[in-house]
Design a protein around this ligand. Structure first.
Ligand code: HEM
Length: 510
């Protein structure tokens, strides 16, 4: 009996040892099939070597060492970095690399709704629905251009008085509400002003929410498991609830308005109307899920979220670059002055630059593109997920690995740019000085999940930038000096790349 027991114990131990050896060999064999990359330490992977404020630089160094595709361990997750345009195009065109990272915490906040964190059928339906309706009501076309023009007028009134008083301007404070108004008109059919207390609470919660958000639960399964018990998670949830209630209240108000309208078939005036109308139809056919209230609120919040900080920061960077490079600013202004001078009899205000002028403004467009390139706002892109084991360029990309598109590396590669580290609008001009876009410029990313708001963002940025440049000369405020130019323009990278706090001085040109 004892002998039998001993034999059984020996067999169990042997089985455990075999399992461990088999797992280790399997892990090594799988590791050998992954793209090359540095070895990290247990639990943390390569995280201790990543420069937190400038992670794009660490990744560029790794790309130089290991090539355009490399793998690293970040916490508990395998990350596959893609450092060339061709690789990103090849990967992000495929459904298998179009997932989003799973996180229990994100799932609790999104309940599987919205666009940003969803996948498959649900994602494609919501994305296509939003895009179709936003296009039909003039998203990135006439309606939004009108809205931008109104916001510009308001911004110029404030800037005129600040310029007259010689007051320094914190541009981001001016740009964020203007950009937010454009997106709120398109999604909720209304523009909110600073004196609206609920809206002020919403903006405050939004600002705090973005500062509190943390990628760690996506990288460490253990942290993901316990995160929702932490104080930070509770603080995030409180901010989320404030934002959610604000948007939900507005969605319900639109629904009441729509119900009172005659005839009932009147067209949707904003995305919320479109959703409310689709909801009635779907529910009469027994579908209570596709256009649920949570879904509608989530999509509106994501468009607010995705569309505001990115666009406002891009404009902030552009104005800062113009102040830091006064000669480039003069060239833009010379081009704008010539355009206005050449069209004195247009029926539009001679001072307002509109979208039709874009094709004549070669240098201005080149400066905007060069700023997208030089800054690379979303320097390391947004993580995608491999939804199953797959191959890319002969390497194994394991299920649930994160794919990280290194936009900064593409934007600073000597293969594509003659002055990768400089600010050189000539990258986007042909020999005759005409604007020439480059496919290697990918600030909005490419492929199936590329930015949904690219058209609107490009339009806003062009109109606001060109009109501000036409009217004002901008200079660095007294808190920054030209000697520190490169340091100032370095900024720091959190979710997106932001400049250090600074002010600019605006003066009227005429
Ligand atoms: C300069 C401004 C902007 C930049 C640089 C930018 C950049 C990006 C990037 C890099 C992505 C990730 C793409 C990917 O995962 O491969 C993205 C996604 C997204 N953006 Fe933008 N964006 C901007 C403005 C906007 C605006 C104005 C809106 C809304 C109107 C918007 C809505 C979205 C949405 C909903 C997604 C998620 C798409 C999906 O997962 O299918 N963005 N954006």
């Amino acid at each position: 009996m004892i002998e039998e027991q001993n034999l059984l114990i020996k067999l169990i131990i042997l089985a455990i040892v075999c399992y461990i050896v088999w797992s280790i060999v399997g892990a090594f064999r799988r590791r050998a099939r992954l793209p090359p990359g540095p070895v990290g330490v247990p639990l943390l992977g390569y995280l201790p070597w990543i420069d937190r404020a400038n992670s794009h630089r660490t990744f560029c160094d790794l790309a130089n060492r290991y090539g355009d595709i490399f793998s690293i361990r970040m916490g508990g997750r395998t990350v596959i970095a893609l450092a060339s345009y061709e690789l990103i195009k090849e990967a992000f065109g495929q459904p298998v690399f179009s997932g989003r990272l799973p996180s229990r915490f994100v799932r609790r906040m999104t309940r599987g709704c919205g666009i940003l964190f969803t996948e498959g059928e649900k994602w494609s339906h919501q994305r296509n629905f939003s895009l179709r309706y936003l296009k039909s009501i003039g998203f990135a076309r006439s309606e939004s251009a009108r809205q931008i023009s109104d916001e510009l007028a308001g911004m110029m009134v404030k800037l005129d008085s600040m310029a007259a008083a010689g007051q320094p301007v914190t541009t981001i404070d001016l740009l964020t509400p203007a950009v937010n108004s454009v997106i709120s008109k398109l999604t909720l059919g209304k523009v909110y002003r600073d004196d609206d207390e609920n809206y002020r609470d919403y903006l405050k919660a939004f600002d705090e929410y973005t500062k509190l958000m943390n990628p760690l639960p996506m990288l460490f399964p253990f942290i993901d498991y316990i995160f929702h018990w932490t104080k930070t998670a509770k603080e995030i949830q409180t901010r989320f609830d404030i934002m959610f209630q604000f948007v939900q209240g507005e969605v319900l108000k639109r629904r009441q308005l729509l119900n009172c309208q005659q005839p009932k078939s009147s067209p949707a005036e904003c995305l919320t109307d479109a959703y409310n109308l689709a909801k009635v139809q779907a529910e009469s056919a027994g579908d209570f899920e596709t256009y649920s209230d949570f879904q509608i609120v989530r999509v509106c919040m994501e468009l607010f979220f995705g569309g505001t900080a990115t666009t406002a920061r891009s404009l902030e960077w552009l104005l800062l670059y113009m102040a830091a490079y006064p000669d480039e600013q003069s060239k833009v202004q010379q081009e704008l002055d010539q355009l206005i001078h050449r069209n004195p009899d247009t029926n539009k205000s001679a001072e307002e630059i509109c979208l039709d002028d874009r094709d004549s403004l070669h240098y201005t467009q080149a400066v905007i593109d060069e700023c997208y390139r030089r800054v690379s706002l979303s320097s390391n892109g947004t993580f995608h997920r491999a939804t199953r084991d797959a191959e890319l360029r002969g390497y194994l990309i394991p299920k649930d690995a994160a794919l990280m598109p290194l936009a900064y590396a593409v934007h600073h590669s000597e293969r594509h740019w003659s002055h990768p580290q400089g600010f050189y609008p000539g990258h986007f001009l042909d020999n005759d000085g005409r604007y020439q876009p480059s496919r290697y410029l990918i600030p909005f990313m490419i492929g199936r999940r590329a930015c949904l708001g690219e058209g609107l963002a490009r339009q806003e940025i062009f109109l606001i930038f060109a009109n501000l440049m036409r009217r004002y000369r901008v200079e660095l405020g007294s808190d920054c000096c030209y000697g520190d130019r490169e340091k100032l323009l370095e900024g720091r990278l959190s979710l997106i790349r932001v400049p250090e706090k600074h002010t600019l001085r605006f003066s009227r040109r005429f």
